[in-house]
Ligand binder design. Structure first.
Ligand code: 5GP
Ligand code: MG
Ligand code: MG
Length: 179
């Protein structure tokens, strides 16, 4: 177990790089099989998914495309609170088999919102591929087809994921140490 300090918090290794890559490879193989003959469009959600997307794509061996989007958060005027808008989507996704590439699904509300937004643009099919899923936190009905790893509810960093924008370059995944 190695420990790192990021800003005011301590984290310890929870998933080593080799295991992450093994799981990423496995989920890529599932996609290669399911999407054979379909030329899917991967849409990676920045910033958190950048390392996952890079590793995932190198295990994809079927014709495909990748593009990148960001989610802009702002406080909505409705009681639903935070609204996330998809920005940077310049591709025409109509008739395409789209696979959203996300770092982590927590409550699921971000992905639910993204499915709704992309759904209005007439894709042929819409799928979610996430590096991490916290099943204990999922609060909305959501079909997450491709999951590299399921984890407990603790806050994690590394392999692209941040704590206050720090820690993304850590090669392993680290869990917050509860003090
Ligand atoms: P959701 O809408 O599913 O509740 O939240 C998803 C977003 O919250 C993720 O895309 C990610 O940005 C952030 N998030 C949720 N859990 C964690 C975590 O354990 N670590 C980090 N770094 N971000 C998280
Ligand atoms: Mg994310
Ligand atoms: Mg973040």
């Amino acid at each position: 177990m190695s420990r790192v300090t990021i800003l005011d918090k301590t984290f310890e290794t929870s998933i080593p790089e080799a295991e992450i890559l093994e799981r990423v490879k496995r989920v890529a193989e599932q996609i290669n099989k399911d999407m054979a003959g379909k030329n899917p469009l991967f849409l990676a959600v920045l910033n958190g998914s950048f390392i996952f997307a890079a590793d995932l794509m190198r295990f994809i061996n079927i014709p495909s495309e990748i593009s990148f989007v960001k989610l802009a958060s702002y406080e909505g005027t409705t009681s639903t609170g935070e609204i996330k808008e998809v920005i940077g989507l310049n591709e025409d996704i109509s008739g395409r088999d789209v696979i959203i590439v996300e770092d982590i699904v927590d409550t699921g509300s971000t992905m639910k919102r993204m499915l709704e937004t992309l759904g209005t643009r007439n894709p042929r099919s819409l799928h979610i591929c996430t590096l991490l899923l916290k099943p204990g936190k999922l609060a909305v009905p959501l079909n997450v087809e491709y999951v590299a790893m399921e984890i407990p509810n603790d806050f994690i960093v590394g392999y692209g994921l941040d704590y206050d924008q720090q820690g993304r370059s850590l090669r392993d995944i680290y869990t917050l140490v509860q003090e």
